[in-house]
Design a protein around this ligand. Structure first.
Ligand code: SF4
Length: 260
């Protein structure tokens, strides 16, 4: 695939922010030695730096039929295809220091999806979202609204860990958004809970404070969205536990209502 074809393809997926590495292009011999966990092709062009892309990812985003008509099995398969595409992703600079791409996990038929801002150190190490102390608390929160963790879907705005746990930057969030959008389109959750200010602002593309975004319903890609505090904030500040519980009761009731 030529660089022009690659850029056209990625643009079609919504990747309109591409990370350019300043290092010199790698030798051609290394380009052909890629594996599934690495980019299968590197396109280079004078003045364009180097851009790593999968060799032929066209078939990995094949929603030829309405997702609503897809069985959970097929949606799980599609999610796995998108996950495999993400494993070799080098579209933004967060690829440089990651140990693992933390794509997301959960039930492809979930009514409820949680979206955080990005992986932390433990998530980066294990390749799974929300597995540290904050993840344990999230599991308890899910249980408190009468669900199990394997009944929901969990993902982040960016799939690779920002260095030193800094907030993901707008260009990194924009670069990674197509993966999240495909996850949402395939899972089609009735309700999305955005965890924390960064995730809420990024998902809803808003500059409002978390305090302003909480307490009301929003919409994103056909799902209703509620913003609440990040579990890590609850671990640090007891005062956030009560409002988070109030938010989650609203979410629980909304899911029950739409299920009929
Ligand atoms: S954060 Fe997202 S866009 Fe950036 S390299 Fe990782 S998977 Fe690709």
């Amino acid at each position: 695939m030529s660089l022009r074809e690659a850029l056209t393809y990625l643009d079609g997926l919504g990747f309109d922010h591409l990370y350019r590495r300043s290092m010199p292009p790698e030798p051609a011999a290394q380009d052909s030695a890629s594996s599934e966990s690495e980019p299968a092709a590197q396109a280079t062009e004078a003045g364009a730096g180097s851009l790593s892309i999968p060799e032929d990812p066209r078939s990995l985003f094949p929603p030829a039929e309405p997702e609503a008509a897809l069985s959970p099995e097929v949606r799980l398969q599609r999610l796995d295809e998108v996950r495999r595409l993400s494993q070799g992703c080098r579209v933004c600079g967060l690829c440089e220091r990651r140990q693992n791409v933390v794509f997301g996990s959960g039930n492809p038929d979930a009514d409820l999806m949680f979206v955080g801002e990005g992986p932390g150190a433990e998530e980066d190490r294990q390749g799974l979202p929300f597995v540290g102390a904050a993840g344990e608390l999230l599991t308890k929160i899910i249980g408190a609204i009468d669900l199990r963790r394997d009944q929901v879907y969990i993902a982040n705005m960016v799939k690779c860990r920002p260095p030193n746990n800094r907030d993901p930057q707008p260009d990194e969030i924009a670069a990674c958004r197509p993966y999240l959008d495909h996850q949402i389109d395939l899972v089609k959750p009735k309700v999305i809970v955005a965890l924390g200010r960064v995730a809420a602002q990024a998902l809803l593309q808003s500059n409002l404070s978390l305090g302003r975004l909480r307490g009301t319903w929003h919409e994103y890609r056909g799902s209703e969205v509620r913003a609440t505090y990040h579990p890590a904030a609850l671990l640090r500040y007891e005062k956030y536990k009560r409002p988070t519980w109030e938010d989650m009761k609203v979410v629980r009731d909304r899911i029950a209502a739409v299920r009929g």
